[in-house]
Design a protein around this ligand. Structure first.
Ligand code: GYE
Length: 320
């Protein structure tokens, strides 16, 4: 057993520069987890939280980082099946394309937990549950802030650009749908363009440059699906001679410390929280599945909105 745990630690012991985790002694459960990558502060915070909670719950964690590639996630899940882990968990980068590997897990009798994002499969019942944010609600909260802001400023027209997350991912689809459904019917609101920023800071900057080239100071609102893209976009707005937070209303999602600091500077108007702290729920759910107990099909954490409507100095340190 010790040799097995060591082999796992070596096989999955993460990439360069990452701490090597000591294998958990006498683990209660062996959990294989395929993480998407390290594209954002959110993602890095999520990985750290899952590692910490695995230790707290005495769960032996096989953690694999897929470097933003679905094929790496599929290969990792196949390795977890070959190792005969007790439970498999993964954060699917996109919703489609998982049917085959999930059927293989089902045939092997290994329960699968979705963390953070959801999948869309032809067959029902291939996964036990999803533990992640209500992304639709996040989009609604972002739009509700915008409606309040438009009222407060007495604005009659608002030209909006949307920088979206990874195409076909659950947060991209749902954050867009919640936002669009909420502003629909409000005649003040016009979407100039939605552009794919892939949740990356570099892409956020590129997207903003291209939007500024097309629309210049016509843009009144930037709705960005995550903090990284927002933090990439803001310097581009400044380079164009415009003041983010004043000339343009800036709305972001995640609530990492960097974005909160920029909110305090007044360059972001609103950040909808999306908590990466899903590790505790993950461990508790995995232990229940191993014990053959029933689990909730959907577990959403509660989330809040940080904005210029409140005193930003009252926001507690975010920890990610
Ligand atoms: O908003 C983003 C990350 O899936 C909720 O993925 C997550 C998103 C998060 O890269 O920053």
């Amino acid at each position: 057993m010790i040799l097995f745990a060591l082999l796992i630690a070596v096989a999955c012991g993460c990439g360069k520069g990452e701490d090597k985790k000591e294998p958990v002694n006498d683990p209660k459960l062996l959990l294989g987890f395929s993480q998407i990558g390290a594209e954002s502060a959110w993602r890095i915070g999520n990985t750290r939280d899952i590692e910490e909670q695995a230790e707290n719950y005495r769960v032996s964690l096989m953690l694999e980082n897929a470097n933003q590639k679905q094929e790496n996630q599929i290969a990792a899940i196949r390795r977890f099946i070959a190792y005969k882990v007790d439970v498999i968990a993964f954060s699917p980068i996109v919703e489609d394309g998982w049917d085959n590997v999930l059927l293989e897990a089902q045939k092997a009798g290994i329960p699968v937990i979705l963390v953070d994002r959801d999948v869309s499969t032809e067959q029902e019942g291939l996964t036990a549950c999803v533990i992640g944010a209500d992304f639709y609600r996040e989009g609604v909260m972002a739009a509700e802030y915008l409606l309040r802001k438009a009222d407060a400023l007495g604005l009659e027209t608002l030209h909006i650009v949307e920088i979206t997350g990874t195409e076909n991912s659950t947060p991209m689809r749902q954050r867009q749908a919640g936002f669009m459904d909420t502003i629909a019917g409000d005649e003040r609101m016009t979407i100039l363009e939605s552009i794919d920023g892939d949740f990356l800071k570099s892409r956020g900057a590129e997207c903003m440059r291209s939007l500024l080239e097309s629309y210049g100071d016509e843009i009144d609102v930037v709705y960005s699906h995550n903090d990284e893209m927002t933090l990439g976009a803001i310097p581009e707005i400044e380079k164009a001679g415009l003041i983010p937070g004043k000339d343009m209303i800036i709305i972001s999602i995640d609530g990492g410390q960097k974005a909160i600091d920029v909110l305090k500077e007044g360059k972001i108007n609103c950040v909808v929280e999306c908590t990466p702290k899903l590790g505790k729920e993950l461990m508790e759910t995995a232990l229940k599945l191993k014990a053959g107990e029933a689990v909730e099909p959907v577990i959403h954490p509660t989330e809040q909105v940080f904005s210029d409507e409140q005193d930003p100095n009252g926001i507690a340190p975010r920890g990610y």
